[in-house]
Write a protein that binds this ligand. Structure first.
Ligand code: GCU
Length: 677
């Protein structure tokens, strides 16, 4: 149940609580979100307040909680104030004997219901009346689940919580109970869409048995207002359809995808759309056929267009993964803008471009992807990662919203006008109808969903921020903690303190000053391996040698990357003096003895930060002890085990990185902690 436990409030609070006497769920057939909302409310109130309220579908004159769409309210004579609701938005009015939960659509009514339940579960009985709208229309999760043709269970790329809940033995699993529970969690935080299979897509997902299976997945998620989509493999017409080409302009190929779209629509009438990874990391794509990426995206856009409002999410993660470091000007970070800059305006109107938050790959610190400043005629979706691929793979506590908010609050200053990333991905800045959020979540069959109890705060916060990116990251965390572990102040304070310390600490003991996560780039992306950072074809480089370190991404002497930002931002990053310390080595190649704004040298900062970060991680097990006895032993022990591990692993990180750069630079640590003693 994650944060939807509906644990009983203490006896006194239950007795004092006064809520209406019944539940009315208007306009709900059994698979509709309003019907679901009525059932969920019944279940929640039974758990939280021990009250067994009857659920009906016709309005009463008596005291009730009424849920429905604006249309259902007005057509049954309900009085509503003037509302300005967007798609999926809701109106929530709580008074002693009457609660109104009104959605602009059915999904909105369900979201309002979850909001009401969240208040009750936290013991909050205040009277309120407000409307709430999502910041952006697209609020999706991406699963990187494989179908695993031969194994018994679908594995998950960069998944750390066991096998897939969707796939096994090349097929869609029979029992989809867990899938519908996942949709419930998503709905409770306002998420409305999911891509169920890996971006490195298996063509067999499109065979006839699996098409029917996709229909079953969509059926399981629909009552929760979650629409299903899939990742496509560009080469499917050749590999599955046995055509001789997958050229996006070939008539046979166009016909083939058209037929697939019709089939998909027949099985999934409210199909959400497709996600496409093309010409990236050896995946096929339109460039293989000398066509543009826009030709590739529009191929799918036109295939799905006749069948409703499905969309194409075309990933901007296109780059050459065999580049050569001997070329000083080579830079993977340039790739997205180089590939997409001239395509703005060339995509059909049902295409959005899905852009990872930084130009490389979910590092502990990256500047915002400059591509967000280039697409004015095409909607942008920001891609975040809940699964902690580079950030400790759920074995380390890293609360991610502070990182995400740093990105979302960044001002690109396009055309010298305020251009916050969050306003670009809401569609507001460039007036886009389609825009929003996608996060790689990768839940698995582990009963904790993500393999770690505390990692679930990231999933919860992702939904909350996609709904309202200005929300405060500490309040979100406190809500999550109360819902997950209860309202005891010690629990809330302990989890808040550790969580808010966790990203800075992780950055300190892994890779600071914008050098990236100094992990094993060519292997599992886990644990320290600074030596893998150079000489690889992936283009994740530090250019460290005996005297200096960092990527020169300036226009005047480097890869030219800083020039991809709008002029004001570009000027800031071009100059070593105005580049913030935390991104210094991302943009500049400097001697280890270069002074930072703090007055420390780069190398001394490395040494100190690694000691500081690891020292913070050392405090986590002790901090956690404060909640012993306040939460159940099972979850207490599981978290304690991971925090203990993290504390140890942080020391491994600290010493591996510090020794590596000591050996490389031969510069002594001022405090004499590093090196052979
Ligand atoms: C990263 C990740 C891959 C993934 C890729 C992507 O490189 O390590 O597992 O396939 O990103 O986002 O497409």
């Amino acid at each position: 149940d994650a944060w939807l436990r509906y644990a009983a409030l203490p006896c006194d609070a239950r007795k004092a609580a006064s809520i209406p006497a019944g539940i009315v769920a208007l306009n709900g057939t059994e698979t509709s979100p309003v019907y679901t909302a009525g059932q969920e409310l019944h279940k929640g109130i039974l758990g939280i307040l021990h009250k067994d309220l009857a659920v009906t579908s016709t309005p009463t004159n008596g005291s009730s909680i009424t849920i429905g769409t604006v249309n259902a309210f007005t057509s049954t004579g309900g009085a509503l104030p003037e509302l300005d609701l967007k798609d999926d938005g809701f109106w929530l009015s709580i008074k002693n004997d009457s609660v109104q939960i009104v959605g602009q659509n059915e999904r909105g009514a369900l979201y309002g219901t979850f909001q009401y339940l969240s208040m009750l579960a936290q013991g909050n009985f205040t009277e309120v009346a407000y409307e709430s709208n999502p910041s952006a229309p697209i609020r999706w999760v991406n699963q990187w689940d494989n179908m695993d043709d031969t194994g018994t269970h679908g594995s998950i790329e960069r998944g750390y919580a066991g096998p897939s809940i969707f796939f096994a033995e090349g097929l869609i699993v029979e029992d989809l109970t867990r899938v519908s529970q996942y949709a419930r969690l998503m709905a409770s935080i306002g998420l409305n869409g999911i891509i169920v299979n890996n971006v490195n897509a298996n063509v067999n997902l499109l065979n006839s048995t699996n098409m029917a299976g996709l229909g079953r997945i969509a059926d399981a998620m629909r009552p929760w207002g979650v629409r299903m989509g899939i990742s496509l493999n560009f080469d499917s017409p050749r590999t599955l359809g046995k055509l001789t080409t997958a050229d996006p302009l070939d008539e046979g190929v166009i016909q083939w995808w058209g037929d697939i779209a019709t089939d998909l629509h027949n099985h999934v009438p409210d199909f959400a759309g497709v996600l496409v990874k093309a010409n990236s990391e050896s995946q096929p794509g339109p460039l293989t056929y000398n066509r543009t990426l826009a030709d590739g995206a529009n191929l799918f856009a036109r295939a799905i267009k006749p069948h409703g409002d499905a969309i194409v999410m075309f990933r901007a993660f296109v780059y050459d993964n065999k580049i050569n470091q001997t070329n000083w000007k080579a830079d993977r970070a340039n790739a997205a803008v180089d590939f997409f800059r001239d395509l703005d305006g060339k995509f059909d109107d049902n295409v959005v471009v899905q852009i990872k938050y930084g130009p490389i790959d979910f590092q502990v610190r990256e500047p915002v992807s400059p591509l967000f400043g280039h697409l004015e005629q095409t909607g942008s979706v920001i891609e975040l990662q809940v699964t902690q691929e580079y950030l400790g793979q759920q074995c380390h506590l890293v609360y991610l919203p502070p990182l995400w908010k740093t990105i979302l609050n960044f001002d690109m200053k396009v055309d010298n006008k305020p251009s916050l990333v969050r306003d670009i991905v809401s569609g507001e800045r460039f007036n886009q109808k389609l825009a929003g959020y996608a996060a790689v979540v990768n839940v698995g069959t582990n009963t904790s969903w993500l393999g770690s109890h505390l990692a679930m705060s990231n999933f919860y916060a992702y939904g909350r921020l996609a709904w309202e990116p200005t929300s405060d990251d500490v309040s979100i965390l406190e809500d999550w903690t109360r819902l997950t572990f209860g309202s005891d102040r010690t629990i809330i304070d302990t989890i808040t303190k550790m969580s808010m310390e966790s990203w800075p600490a992780h950055e300190n003991y892994t890779g600071n000053l914008g050098i990236q996560s100094l992990t094993d780039i060519t292997g599992p992306h886990y644990g320290p391996k600074p030596q893998s950072q150079d000489g690889n074809g992936w283009g994740q480089w530090t250019r460290a040698d005996a005297t200096s370190i960092g990527m020169d991404r300036t226009v005047w002497n480097g890869t030219g990357y800083s020039g991809q930002y709008p002029p004001e931002v570009a000027a800031m990053y071009e100059d070593v003096e105005t580049t913030p310390d935390d991104l210094l080595l991302w943009f500049h190649h400097v001697p280890y003895t270069q002074k930072l704004k703090s007055g420390k040298t780069v190398i001394q900062h490395f040494y100190d930060a690694h000691y500081d970060g690891a020292a913070v991680a050392q405090t986590f097990p002790k901090q956690w002890e404060a909640v012993k006895g306040l939460i159940d032993d099972e979850r207490y022990d599981e978290v304690a085990f991971r925090l203990e591990y993290q504390a140890g692993h942080a020391l491994v990180w600290r010493d591996a990185i510090n020794n590596f750069y000591f050996n490389m630079s031969s510069i002594k640590d001022e405090q004499d902690r590093v090196g052979n003693h």
